[in-house]
Design a binder for this molecule. Structure first.
Ligand code: ZN
Length: 148
């Protein structure tokens, strides 16, 4: 895909995460696992989480996909590691609202860390599923029902 048109700094951060993804490995002690696919692009994510004391003690992902899907998963794992399940699910909802162009506060965006940069994918509607795939994997692996 072409990232032309994105702010240069944003583009660099996205490319850096996709070329050197954080937490890209499987977890031998995972308590929650899920595989999700985005058929429109061919992205596949295997998300593994070690939940302990209602917290995300560790998280890792494997799989393959486009720049956006890989960098989004890298940014997500950075953002949610060490957080409680409730906080992580709240972040997933903020992210989803953000890329769909719904209203969100600056405070909410700050919680997302680098992942907030992906708000720029709103410019590329075909890429929204690439960006949200890992967050859906998080929600489903933590037992959240489909509600939106
Ligand atoms: Zn993709």
């Amino acid at each position: 895909m072409s990232l032309a048109g994105l702010n240069n700094l944003y583009r660099e951060v996205i490319l850096d995460h996709s070329e050197h993804p954080h937490h890209k490995h499987s977890l031998p002690n995972a308590t929650n696992k899920i595989t999700l696919k985005n058929p429109t692009c061919g992205d596949v994510i295997n998300l593994e989480i070690e939940v302990s004391d209602e917290k995300i003690a560790d998280i890792g992902f494997t799989g393959e996909g486009c720049t956006i899907s890989q960098s989004s998963a890298s940014m997500m794992t950075d953002a949610v590691i060490g957080k409680s399940i409730n906080e992580s699910l709240e972040m997933a909802h903020i992210f989803s609202d953000m890329v769909m162009g719904k209203k969100h506060s600056e405070t909410d965006l700050t919680k997302l860390g680098d992942a907030a940069i992906l708000s720029s994918v709103m410019q590329f509607p075909a890429r929204i599923k690439c960006a949200t795939l890992c967050w859906w994997a998080l929600r489903k692996s933590l037992g959240e029902e489909d509600d939106d």
